[in-house]
Design a binder for this molecule. Structure first.
Ligand code: NAD
Ligand code: APR
Length: 234
């Protein structure tokens, strides 16, 4: 087995579950409380922007009351100490990875704590509500801001960088994702095509679980620190 120098980690909602942030497809998950078509598509935003703003205003406020958990902390520790290439690609739109200290990080689905202006195309840090149509901090126009979230049907961010890292990876680790949504669900196959070893750390087998060389099932706050300790030889 070739030495492990370059690592890509993919995280999903499951890595933030123990911080008290709802996942999407678990029992009681977000998509049981809301229809995707009503709140997470460009068509929904065009049809009823107030409904979409209320949905994301509530989630943007909620995540600011949450804290990173031991899984976020362990990944930040790996990020700080790993001598080779490391990229954490998160599907999550919370900021718990950053708050735990992760730096080599890509938010492929956008970020709750940013707003995106449809007039000037600028993204600005944003912690308050958007329902009142505040002015864009960059261009000053009112009513042009939307959540900086990649909705169904939109292209995720920085895919070129992600595919480049997957092609170079010696190890791909998927943490806390159901493997239900593309393109993230296909990353394990991209990594395998480049010769990487693949590991899944999840509460239960994901939809693409059979693509992984190895899988461990349990809570991320238990599995991820154990895995990071092994990688760092602790
Ligand atoms: P996609 O076509 O790759 O995803 C299809 C999948 O999206 C389905 O398999 C299902 O898992 C999910 N999905 C679609 N409609 C759904 C529904 N009605 N209920 C529950 N799940 C549903 O996704 P896409 O349309 O190509 O979207 C592009 C990207 O945008 C994807 O990576 C997606 O994850 C992302 N996205 C982000 C958010 C967010 O809140 N961050 C919300 C939606 C989509
Ligand atoms: N520890 C580890 N895994 C967990 C935990 C936990 N404590 N709790 C839940 N999980 C696992 C579940 O078993 C499930 O496989 O996390 C996964 C969560 O899956 P989803 O709710 O589908 O979330 P995710 O995979 O991130 O969804 C992908 O879909 O709606 C879109 O863009 C949205 O980014 C999201 C994407």
């Amino acid at each position: 087995m070739r030495d492990i120098r370059n690592i890509v980690v993919l995280t999903g909602a499951g890595v933030s579950a123990e911080s008290g942030i709802d996942t999407f497809r678990d029992a009681g998950g977000l998509w049981e409380q809301h229809r995707v078509e009503d709140v997470a598509t460009p068509e929904a935003f065009a049809r009823d922007p107030d409904l979409v703003h209320r949905f994301y205003d509530a989630r943007r406020a909620a995540i600011q009351t949450k804290a990173p958990n031991a899984a976020h902390a362990a990944l930040a520790r790996l990020d700080a100490a790993w001598p080779g290439e490391l990229l954490i690609v998160t599907q999550n739109v919370d900021d718990l990875h950053e708050r735990a200290g992760a730096a080599r990080l890509i938010h492929m689905h956008g970020e709750h704590l940013n707003a995106w202006c449809s007039a000037c195309d600028q993204r600005s840090p944003w912690t308050g509500p958007l329902i009142d149509r505040p002015a864009c901090p960059a261009c000053g126009l009112p009513g042009t801001l939307r959540p900086d979230i990649v909705w169904f049907g939109e292209m995720p961010y920085r895919m070129d960088e992600i595919y480049h890292a997957l092609a170079r990876a010696d190890l791909f680790v998927s943490i806390g994702t159901s493997g239900a949504v593309y393109p993230a669900a296909g990353f394990v196959r991209e990594a395998r095509a480049g010769g990487a070893r693949t590991l899944e750390l999840n509460l239960e087998p994901s939809e693409g679980g059979y693509w992984f060389d190895e899988a461990r099932h349990g809570p991320a706050t238990a599995l991820v620190p154990q895995w990071v300790d092994r990688m760092l030889g602790v």
